[in-house]
Design a binder for this molecule. Structure first.
Ligand SMILES: [Fe+2]
Length: 257
């Protein structure tokens, strides 16, 4: 038995949809309550839906009782001030798990490559049901920032860079693709992230929005890519040495976004 997946996402693991007219909506994300979560100091999250409706962002599988990333419970203090964001998460009609706004401080390409991670969306998800993917709706206008996706974390030739002007809508299998955002700044970036269950509802939503499973990368100098690879190798070695000193086994960083 396997999971129900959307064939349109099989080729690349991501889908770019037509852009949303973000300018028609109020900037609700500025009124949300943000909580520190696995804080590296670079990100904060405002939960719209959490495991049991509390103001927290832990994976649903880390609760009692644990559950998979489905059937999120709205967090009233945030949904009350962000009805449009809630409505956009609900628009596909697919089951919603975690739903939150991420606030991201400026970073570098090297930071981003170091931060590449895959999500754990489908832990405890029963086979035979819908595979959980995540929607990223960029709220602020960040045309010089990019969502970086890699099929292979350490192979830059597998990299996709999706520009993030306001209204960008991307759906990503974040358990398959390594991902992180390179955000040169200088302002904070905000993005609505929603876990959706794959199925006919999500398929219809995608089909109605001119889905593209592959986009051309804007050019990036090879020297930037090479420098980042060297920097990331150095940081990983430092981290491994630090952990070894503490008698801990090296485990690569894995953050949730
Ligand atoms: Fe993530």
């Amino acid at each position: 038995m396997s999971y129900i997946k959307l064939p349109i996402m099989e080729e690349t693991g991501y889908i770019v949809l037509d852009s949303y007219d973000q300018s028609q909506d109020p900037q609700e994300w500025l009124d949300l309550t943000y909580v520190d979560w696995k804080s590296s100091g670079d990100t904060r999250f405002a939960p719209l839906a959490s495991a049991y409706g509390d103001m927290e962002c832990n994976g649903f599988w880390n609760h009692t009782p644990p559950k998979t990333d489905k059937d999120g419970v709205w967090v009233p203090a945030n949904t009350d001030v962000a009805p449009r964001l809630k409505a956009r998460a609900e628009e596909p009609g697919a089951n919603i798990g975690r739903c939150r706004v991420i606030e991201l401080k400026p970073n570098t390409y090297s930071d981003c490559i170091y931060n590449l991670h895959i999500d754990d969306n489908n832990r405890l998800n029963p086979e035979g049901t819908g595979w959980i993917v995540r929607g990223f709706f960029n709220l602020t206008d960040n045309p010089d920032s990019v969502m970086i996706l890699r099929e292979d974390r350490d192979d830059p030739t597998t990299e996709t860079r999706i520009p993030l002007p306001a209204g960008t809508q991307v759906i990503i299998d974040t358990q398959r693709l390594w991902h992180a955002v390179w955000h040169p700044g200088p302002e904070l970036r905000y993005c609505l992230i929603t876990s959706w269950t794959s199925g006919p509802e999500l398929q219809s939503y995608i089909d109605a929005r001119n889905p593209r499973a592959k986009i051309a990368n804007a050019p990036l100098e090879q020297s930037v890519i090479d420098d980042a690879a060297a920097e990331v190798a150095r940081r990983r070695a430092e981290r491994a040495a630090r952990l070894a000193e503490q008698g801990k086994v090296h485990v690569d960083a894995m953050s949730e976004a």
